[in-house]
Design a protein around this ligand. Structure first.
Ligand code: PGA
Length: 249
């Protein structure tokens, strides 16, 4: 059976305790969503969000974790700590982390292995910059990121991949449907050699997904959901994307 599609929200460094009212509204509007519904808030909000979503179908995730289980790593958070706070998922290797913190594919793979070990599902992000696309390097960049960022024993139960072109994040620009289809098809084929159940591993598209373009994006082959930044902050916007994913079936 094909896995449930996934609408994942990434709040980045936005939101506070008062923003949890958005979660109440989202949960009330989608009490039994026809897809998996996930919000990844800043780490400080993981536990209160889990508490406020308790009787609902909303899942909560982190935006990063350390590769080590515990120890002298000031300011960092382990996968086990996220799990302890009630998280089910963690986003890893987002382009903002790769750019702001110099995270390499090897770093991402080590973090994903730690996430798997702790029982978290890793959402591993890949995507080309505009310069790489213009140079015709998109597929080779994505191929290298997939080859280097997935740890051993990655499978459809513990891993999700998000294709997020860097130039589409927060810009209001999106690739054409053909460009998304090309990259998602390529990722599916890359996974084929690596995981026995590549066909079931969820591939999300991310980068300027909004309620107005969601239905069109979800109709593209090999798109199993979305990773949503700006439009995940408001219940009404994210709810519109959830509704489009439910309708896509
Ligand atoms: P955006 O961000 O939806 O605001 O473009 C997507 C992301 O960075 O995950």
């Amino acid at each position: 059976m094909a896995p449930r599609k996934l609408a994942a929200g990434n709040w980045k460094m936005n939101g506070d305790l008062a923003s949890l009212t958005e979660i109440d509204q989202l949960c009330k509007a989608h009490p039994e969503p026809g897809c998996d519904m996930l919000i990844c808030p800043p780490a400080l909000l993981v536990y209160p969000m889990v508490a406020s979503a308790q009787t609902h179908a909303l899942m909560v995730g982190g935006q990063d974790c350390h590769a080590k289980e515990s120890g002298a790593h000031t300011g960092d958070i382990s996968a086990a700590q996220l799990r302890d706070a009630g998280a089910d998922y963690v986003i890893l290797g987002h382009s903002e982390r790769r750019a702001d913190h110099g995270e390499t594919n090897a770093d991402v793979a080590a973090k994903a292995a730690a996430a798997h070990q702790a029982g978290l599902i890793a959402i591993i992000c890949v995507g080309e910059t505009e310069a790489q696309r213009d140079a015709g390097e998109t597929l080779s960049v994505i191929g290298d990121q997939i080859a280097g960022s997935l740890p051993e024993r990655s499978d459809s139960a513990n891993t999700v991949i998000a294709y997020e072109p860097v130039w589409a994040i927060g810009t209001g620009r999106t690739p054409t449907n053909e460009q998304i289809a090309e990259v998602h098809g390529f990722i599916r084929r890359q996974l084929d050699g690596r995981t026995g159940d590549a066909v079931n591993l969820r591939l999300l598209y991310g980068g300027s997904v909004k309620p107005v373009n969601a239905a069109e994006i979800f109709a593209i082959p090999n798109v199993d959901g979305a990773l949503v930044g700006g439009a995940s902050l408001k219940a009404a916007d994210f709810g519109g994307i959830v509704a489009a994913l439910e309708a896509a079936g």
